[in-house]
Write a protein that binds this ligand. Sequence first.
Ligand code: 13P
Ligand code: SF4
Length: 362
Amino acid sequence: TPEELAARIRSAKATLGDRVVILGHFYQRDEVLQHADFVGDSFQLAQATKSRPEAEAIVFCGVHFMAETADLLSGPEQAVILPNLAAGCSMADMADLDSVTECWEQLEDLYGTQADASGRVPVIPVTYMNSSAALKAFCGEHGGIVCTSSNAQTVLGWAFERGQRVLFFPDQHLGRNTAKAMGVPLEQMPMWNPRKPLGGSTATELDDARVILWHGFCSVHRRFTVDQITQARQTHPGVNVIVHPECPMAVVDAADSAGSTDFIGKAIAAAPAGSTFAIGTEINLVQRLAAQHPEHTIFCLDPVICPCSTMYRIHAGYLAWVLEGLVGVDGRAPEVLNRIQVPASDAVHAEVALERMLAARP
Ligand code: 13P
Ligand code: SF4
């Protein structure tokens, strides 16, 4: 039963004490998050990884790229554990090293590799946190950086100081929404198309490019529509619409504001009692915010429940299993199950790109 599982998790956690730390993303189920030592957005969880260097194990209740990031930012003796290895991110899978390298080589052919008079190189690669460690390593190696939804403007500003243009992957929407908010015109944001190599007929368009977008997207956030916002405004006059910047541009433009999972929670917490919110993000977070704030009316923009199916793959049974593995129950020797380890060949450069992000200031 859920109660038995919760009791097993509590008992294993109590036995392990400071040897283990549990990190949980806002999209996780409540049955998992109730056991987390830190709950946050992907940027906060990356920071939290560094806050407990004495813990032998970091159990990451989130998705694969987040656990990889924790491995990169944690100490070499610390083991990062992903309770269910099938918890990936379909957006992160939309960019792989081979195709990014192919695109990069085309950009080098087109723009060269020489810095301009002010020292800015032709292109800086920027990867969204939602990407493999191999792509973070690519960025580290090529003068680039990582961003999350909470620092995307700061990071793009960092990149524009050092580069004439940016190659942004994998999320086209976060790239477009962020660059647009910074004043980059849409016609200066071409999208790289793997079936139509750069150059040739697109060369003129690419001459003026400021941000070259990748074709990735989040299957949860692309479900939100302008019609849903129109509907929400009709049924709830005065409603405050907040969406995640992984939503398509028209949705972000029609909303009152857009921001990371942490931004959404803070905006709700700061509002006067009796406010009404329509939220465009994953359902576990929306439902939790609604439960935490009975003084407001909070609902999801999409009337059809929209969980992130991969975040959802972490459930309490897996958490109990990995924690009991660390303890060693029923006569078993203690063992680290489901460890996530970034290969050394990627780790050095990927860490460089992540540290640039942590150091970037507005
Ligand atoms: P946040 O960085 O806002 O937590 O978003 C992570 C994510 O995967 C959103 O889909
Ligand atoms: Fe990936 Fe979208 Fe799930 Fe976030 S909500 S983890 S971007 S699939």
